[in-house]
Write a protein that binds this ligand. Sequence first.
Ligand code: ARG
Ligand code: ZN
Length: 428
Amino acid sequence: MKTLLILFILMNLDKGYCTETRDQVLSISPTTQEQVDILKNVSTQYETALWQPVSPHYIKEETQVHLFVPANSSETVTDLLQKHAITHEVLLANANELIEMQTKNDSTDPRSSSTFYERYHSLEDIYYWINRTAQDNPDKVKAILIGSSYEKRPLYALKLTLNNRPNKKAIWIDCGIHAREWISPAFCLWFVHYSLSFYKQNQDIANILDNMDVYVLPVMNPDGYKYTWTTNRMWRKNRSISRSSACTGVDLNRNFDANWCTEGASHEPCTEIYCGAFPESEPESEAVANFLRLHKDTVQLYLSIHSYSQMLLFPYSCTLDEAENHNDLLEMVQEAAQKIRRYYSNTYKYGPGAKTIYLAPGGSDDWAYNLGIKYSFTFELQDRGHYGFLLPPSHIAKACNEALLAVKTIANKVIEKTQAPMGSPPAA
Ligand code: ARG
Ligand code: ZN
């Protein structure tokens, strides 16, 4: 027994971590229903954060579970898994180091460094960046206040107008609907920067910006984002306080009026997929919905950026029914995924949300689609579960560039399908 213990300690030393003092992410593979039930219990009873699937409800046999286990519950959780012979491995042994790495180098002069777009930024710095970007490009960028968050933070969307052609259509991109998906706001910043810097040099972006304006909402859930920087890196929802429960937060991507709170969402405020008291009960989702209702005749393409799992999704997520233009949408994401494979050697799955991941009603993409924005997508950026939500800053450039390629591919297809080529006579 003693030798076993020593061996165990040595093994852990060998891996360079100590299970008792570090936050970890475990990859767990339950094989029996009993193990599934135990795992469901573990993820709800102990202080852990489920990364994958999004809710314990979806844990099933032979499907990998990614679980963030903070240092203080690490021993108990590992013991439980061992006791029930549940196969698991350490995915990330040093989660706290990763978290530290991602927050420390947010410099006070955010625009001083050339690597600004290859770092994650605090909410304050993003607000500063929004202001500066609008100020520095007065003829091209306008900051539009579309509403405010539950904790009364402003929701600013940037409107990019690089070409003053009349009657232009538009693209909407929102980022940061889920707080812990930090690569998402990073992508919105990346996209704006790229558009402003490469309009004159890159044909794809030029064609897009010549034909369309782009609305970019860098952080749709500022309260949640702030909370991930100050208090809990694994927070997903917004920060609204419930009347009926001690649990905080609504899943904004379950709060839209698209088969609201049917299977795949929950009325229980303590879950990660709480749909809220009623559709658009949350100021953040209401603000986006109001803006899109106002602009539904110009916005032709809706994009919502999430992470992780590398997927290009389109409606529906709220039903297994096929969207009316399913084949068009499929063709677009297929081409985008092929290009990502060709240019970045990376694999993205694609398809309608409900069939590709799970039923998830109340999502912004389905709602926008039903409003009449027939090209509507949700992107799940890098990675596929190695770093998960803790994607290191060194991966930002590649993650954003491949997503940008997907945006370019899809936007240019939308232009091709919907706009008559310039100079041709109008159809009779
Ligand atoms: N991971 C995303 C979520 O759970 C997927 C979004 C897909 N679209 C949707 N309408 N659910 O929100
Ligand atoms: Zn998300």
